[in-house]
Design a protein around this ligand. Structure first.
Ligand SMILES: Nc1ncnc2c1ncn2[C@@H]1O[C@H](COP(=O)(O)OP(=O)(O)OP(=O)(O)O)[C@@H](O)[C@H]1O
Ligand SMILES: [Mg+2]
Length: 288
């Protein structure tokens, strides 16, 4: 069974695609875990980041995530060792408006079939509330919610938590862990410093009032700063770590933040791994 992680926020442009892309590299390459990344946004920004043409996948039955609404099997594309990807395109939008029974659970049902092939499945959600977003919440064990540290980005956060609360109420299923991820932080801006303090110190109090999420654990992840190198890496269609290690070594700290976040998200798997390794060691020592 894989851990399924939705990177989600109703707010547009807060970094969902950037973060899921960077994490897919950290988890598959640095942590060496079998990783699947799914573009679940009809805008298909993640697909474009992988230098794939979304239009080529329209009407393609094999590699088209929209086909889950027709209950078809989908084959992930191998990007590199340990990293598979499923692209999106505009068809996802019309398919999700179809009248198929149980359409809010189609992603969950699809992942049930393929999750044994992976350790981690990352889902890059669309912004704006729709059946697509409900699919991501219901399919995810953990939610990572990037919230920009400008006042405007933070303002919508409460409304978004209410949506997750409502989904948990109606479907009687809440994510096991909810991670708040402060992002696009500029410490020179007073606004950002104030919002960061709210996210780190006050949000958990509000979240504890949401009754249907009472079994969910809440965490605040390390803050991602706003850096021009993020846009440069995307423009070069390179993973952030690869871009930084090739062209911008002074930005290594940013990569380390993503590494730390991936460590937190995978810690239950890594701990299992460590205990397996330590058992092996004992065995070898016994032989000697
Ligand atoms: N930490 C950062 N520093 C600077 N720019 C960033 C950072 N994170 C994201 N960006 C830029 O902000 C823009 C929006 O980011 P991204 O596409 O990842 O957001 P999104 O939440 O996926 O958007 P959408 O809601 O449209 O799917 C992109 O141009 C991206 O390069
Ligand atoms: Mg996006």
């Amino acid at each position: 069974m894989a851990i399924k992680i939705g990177i989600i926020n109703q707010k547009g442009g807060v970094g969902k695609t950037t973060i899921s892309n960077a994490l897919s590299y950290e988890i598959s390459h640095t942590k060496n875990l079998r990783t699947l990344l799914i573009d679940f946004d009809p805008q298909a920004s993640q697909t474009i980041l992988f230098n794939l043409n979304p239009r080529e996948y329209i009407k393609d039955n094999q590699h088209n995530i929209a086909k889950i609404f027709e209950k078809q099997n989908i084959l992930p594309i191998k990007i590199r060792e340990n990293l598979d990807f499923i692209p999106a395109n505009l068809e996802l939008s019309s398919q999700s408006e179809s009248t198929v029974v149980g359409k809010d659970k189609m992603l969950q049902k699809f992942l049930n079939k393929i999750e044994d092939n992976y350790d981690i499945i990352l889902i890059d959600s669309n912004p704006s509330f729709s059946s697509l977003m409900t699919n991501v919440v219901l399919a995810s064990d953990y939610l990572v919610i990037p919230i920009g540290t400008s006042a405007l980005d933070e303002a919508g956060a409460h409304g978004f938590f209410q949506i997750i609360e409502d989904i948990a109420d109606i479907y009687e299923k809440a994510p096991a862990k909810i991670y708040i991820l402060p992002t696009k932080y500029d410490r020179r801006r007073k606004d950002d410093r104030e919002v960061l303090s709210i996210l780190q110190n006050e949000l958990s109090e509000y979240l504890s009032t949401l009754g249907n999420l009472k079994k969910s654990e809440f965490y605040v992840l390390p803050t991602i700063p706003e850096r021009a190198v993020v846009k440069d890496a995307a423009a070069s269609r390179m993973f952030l770590r690869e871009y930084v290690e090739t062209y911008e070594k002074t930005q290594k700290g940013l990569v380390l933040t993503f590494e730390e976040i991936s460590k937190e998200l995978t810690k239950t798997l890594i701990n299992q791994d460590v205990s397996i390794k330590s058992k092996k060691k004992v065995k070898v020592a016994g032989k000697k």
